[in-house]
Design a protein around this ligand. Structure first.
Ligand SMILES: [Zn+2]
Length: 351
């Protein structure tokens, strides 16, 4: 339904279930502990469901149990991420936000044990924020016309004369997948643009900081990941501004690039973004990785469609994408392409 909150990319084929960890003495609130690998490192994610009054000390105890239990059970883990939700309102990743999250690399286990609630990679909901509970209301529906007008605030592709292409990931950040993807990019020695969902960036701030620190570009994918053409102008502006305020607070950099969720926009959407000083970034190649079509299919589509000035659209939470990424980067390199962020590609366009 247009305008509905859809924080996850719709998949036509479900991703295969991840393997899980269990250990004796695991508190019943630790619902599920999954893990995945990028071929180099392994990361686990614990889902914790709590009831009753807000009790950060109890939540922290459960995070510690998750972290210690997972590392104890599987020595090869590089990092354990934890998301603590209220059981009463839990509806999965796209539902009401968690009340505590943590990202604990094995190398920082002692620091986490020492600092507890003060640990830099732990986030806790300190107060109820009104903005979290109010997805935008549908307002006067505007025409869903696709604009083809050239404007400096619309970025369709880079120079077709240069062997350069941009790598972009939508829907970030996700626990478990973000550390795997960031490690993969770092090993492949490429920088990418992450179109981040504001509400998720707020509760997993550690991953946004990691992106910036590792030289990636953080960009705007709205606050609630809503389909924008069904919204009125002020609701569209609010979606973009809320996401910017979260992202700019974390990166301490101006956020200038924007991509509408689901690739759905109207002339009005583009105009609102332009008035807010944003450049809307499109794409030349969408291999539909969110459909989980299989590694070979994604890789073939990427290689086949790669072209000078291209903008590749991928998603951060697709295991198959993380798996084939190093091979795609190697092929691009062999063909003489330089992969870069969308911002870099745009700035080199007029050189
Ligand atoms: Zn999206």
């Amino acid at each position: 339904m247009p305008g509905a909150v859809q924080p996850l990319a719709p998949g036509q084929r479900k991703a295969s279930a991840l393997p899980t960890l269990d250990w004796s003495g695991r508190p019943p609130e630790i619902e599920r502990v999954e893990f995945a690998s990028n071929g180099n490192i392994e990361v686990a994610h614990a889902l914790v469901l709590v009831t009753g009054e807000a009790d950060p000390d109890r939540w922290l105890y459960l995070v510690r149990q998750s972290v210690d239990g997972a590392f104890g059970e599987r020595a090869s883990l590089h990092e354990v991420d934890v998301s603590v939700y209220r059981a009463e309102t839990y509806q999965g990743f796209g539902g009401p936000a968690p009340v505590m999250t943590a990202s604990v690399p094995k190398a920082r286990l002692h620091e986490f044990a020492r600092k507890g609630l003060q640990f830099e990679r732990l986030w806790v909901q300190r107060a109820h924020l009104a903005l979290e509970s109010s997805p935008p209301e549908l307002a006067g529906r505007e025409q869903g016309l696709k604009s083809t007008e050239a404007s400096e605030n619309l970025f369709y592709h880079g120079s077709e004369q240069r062997w350069e292409a941009a790598l972009t990931f939508d829907d970030s950040p996700h626990p478990l997948y973000e550390p795997l993807l960031l490690d993969t990019l770092s090993r492949s020695k490429v920088h990418a643009t992450f179109f981040c969902i504001g509400r998720n960036a707020r509760v997993y701030p550690h991953f946004i900081s990691d992106m910036t620190r590792q030289g990636h570009e953080v960009a705007n994918h709205t606050y609630h990941h809503v389909r924008l053409p069904a919204l009125g102008n002020s609701a569209v502006a609010r979606e973009i501004e809320l996401a910017n305020s979260i992202l700019e607070g974390l990166t301490e950099q101006k956020c200038r690039l924007f991509r509408p969720p689901g690739g759905e926009y109207s002339k009005q959407t583009l105009k609102v973004a332009e008035e807010l000083g944003m450049t809307t970034v499109f794409w030349t190649d969408d291999p539909c990785d969110f459909d989980n079509p299989g590694e070979a299919v994604i890789e073939d589509r990427l290689v086949e469609h790669l072209r000078p000035g291209g903008i590749v659209l991928l998603h951060d939470n697709v295991e198959e994408t993380i798996e084939i990424l190093p091979r795609f980067v190697r092929v691009a390199d062999r063909k003489g392409y330089q992969l870069m962020t969308a911002g870099e590609l745009a700035s080199r366009q007029n050189q």
